[in-house]
Design a protein. Structure first.
Length: 205
């Protein structure tokens, strides 16, 4: 598995991921692998995926065609983007949709997080998305990362420090998470300006 986290604060959106892969009980740390990244950049969006490493390869190949729609600016547009992609994933990439009596819809084998100038989002296998106000995490180390980011969010002004706290906690306690980490950030559109504390006026004698 993996640990991927996103956070936004003071007009900056940020995403980070660990770089270790696992084949069952076999751990492949970053210094053994060239293509170790779990985050890709599509347009102005950084997208990190958990699960099989093939998902990132498929996503990069699919969006390499500039004619295919890609809009990650809102939950509605993320859904439409992957609704359109679902057909091609089955036809061109032989994606298994895992049909069963318990599934209401066919699944698209993507689960991960997105950070872009419009905010931070989670992408789910039914192609739906959620947008978050502060932070979120995905992968096997998610619970540790969420706890750490909750603990430091109000104390940290730099969003990168919040992301690092989540990744460090996941790497400390989750057996499928390990550094080094990859972290990317971007300024947000229509972001509120950073509020700087007002300096106290000196008392005059």
């Amino acid at each position: 598995m993996s640990t991927i986290v996103v956070a936004q604060k003071n007009g900056i959106a940020c995403i980070g991921a660990d770089t270790m892969s696992c084949l069952g009980s076999l751990r492949q740390k970053a210094h053994h692998i060239v293509n170790k990244t779990k985050i890709t950049k599509i347009g102005d969006s950084f997208i990190g995926l958990t699960g099989t490493s093939a998902s990132l390869v498929v996503m990069n190949s699919y969006f390499a065609n500039p004619e295919r729609p890609r809009d990650f600016s809102s939950t509605a547009m993320i859904f439409e983007t992957f609704r359109h992609a679902h057909h091609w994933m089955k036809a061109e990439y032989f994606m298994s949709t895992m049909p069963s009596k318990d599934e209401e819809y066919e699944t698209t084998q993507f689960y991960g997080l997105i950070a872009n100038p419009h905010g931070i989002f989670a992408l789910y296998s039914y192609r739906s998305a959620q947008q978050f106000h502060k932070f979120w995490a995905a992968g096997s180390g998610r619970d540790y990362a969420l706890g750490a980011m909750e603990a430091v969010y109000d104390q940290c002004d730099n969003v990168v420090d919040i992301v690092k706290a989540g990744l460090n906690a996941a790497a400390e306690f989750d057996s499928a998470t390990s550094g080094p980490f990859e972290i990317f950030s971007c300024p947000m559109v229509n972001a509120e300006p950073v509020q700087k504390p007002k300096s106290k006026a000196r008392a005059r004698k």
